[in-house]
Structure formats: C-alpha cells, structure tokens
Design a protein around this ligand. Structure first.
Ligand SMILES: [Fe+2]
Length: 184
C-alpha cells in the first residue's frame, strides 16, 4: 500500500491548486478521521492512521477543478490519486460523498473519512445536523437535491451509529477528542 506522507500530501494539494480554505477543511477532516481511527484501534480494530490522515488531507483535492469541469469531485480526485499510484486513498476519496458500505459490518476506513467530512463545516467540527444544514443551504436548490440531502443525513446518522457503538465516547465529545490530534 502506497501512502503519501504529510509533506507529499501538502505538495499534492499545492500541485492541484487547492485553495487555503479547502486545505484548512481537509486538515480538520484528517484530524477527525485519525481521532476516530485511533480510538477504534483501542477497541481492537486495525486502522492505519497514516492512511486516514492522508485520505482526510486529500479527499477534496479535486473540489475546485471539478466545479470548473462540472463533474463529480470525488470521482475526479479518485482518478487523479489512482494515476499517482495511491489506490487505497483513491477508493476512500471516491466514497466520501456516496459511501458504499455495509452498515451492519465492521467499520472500514472509508466509513471514517465519509463521516469525518460530515462533521466538519468549513474548518469547524460541528454536529451532523449542523453540517447537513450548511449543505442544504448551499446545495439544496430544488426538491430532488433537498431530498438527496435528507437521505444523506439519515444515512450519515446510521454511519455515526455504526462507528460510535464501538467507541467509548459519544459523538458530541468528538470536538474535544480531536483537538489533541496534531496533523497540520
Ligand atoms: Fe470535504
């Protein structure tokens, strides 16, 4: 498995001209992801924290480019990362908007980054409801997009349940727990 280190991630973000506010958001998603992964490791599950950190840092690498090309930034980012040989990170990035997972199975890395992204509004850790409210204001242009976001909220709460039934702290403690994680 090929995982870029922190400096390489920062270089990739620079190479793909990712603006500062998205880098700040991505650092926070990485912090939340590592926080959850670290605590799931304590419960006996095996997660590579370097993989979670890199996937968090790179999950929105194609956000601006995809806006310009009018395509899906998760798919475009995954394609770029796959080209660079980062196959595992590419799969996590591909899943960060539409997550393909078994809600009854054990948590996997893509669950963690999908969920971490739904807890970070800009660079601030908030509840799923607050983050989804922000997404609804920005992207809920018509009935079908509003309905899609409602479904995403319900699904994200199911992912939250999947992760937190195995953690020894509740979702509203995530902000305090993640503050101790040094990434950026
Ligand atoms: Fe994001």
């Amino acid at each position: 498995m090929k995982i870029p280190d922190y400096q390489t991630c920062r270089r990739l973000l620079e190479d793909f001209a990712v603006p500062g506010h998205i880098v700040d958001h991505s650092c926070q998603v990485a912090r939340v992801g590592v926080c959850i992964g670290r605590d799931l490791r304590r419960q006996g599950l095996n997660f590579d924290l370097d993989l979670l950190a890199a996937a968090g840092l790179l999950h929105d690498i194609a956000k601006i480019a995809a806006l310009e090309k009018d395509c899906d930034h998760a798919e475009l980012g995954a394609a770029w990362l796959k080209q660079k040989g980062y196959d595992e990170i590419a799969e996590i990035v591909r899943n960060h908007i539409c997550l393909d997972t078994d809600l009854d199975g054990l948590p996997v890395a893509r669950d963690i980054i999908y969920y971490a992204d739904k807890r970070v509004r800009h660079a601030e850790i908030v509840s799923v409801a607050e983050r989804m409210q922000d997404l609804k204001l920005r992207y809920g242009r018509d009935d079908s997009s509003r309905q899609w976001l409602e479904e995403m909220e319900r699904f994200t709460l199911a992912v939250e349940k999947k992760l937190f039934t195995r953690l020894d702290f509740p979702p509203d403690r995530l902000c305090d727990r993640a503050a101790a994680i040094k990434i950026c």
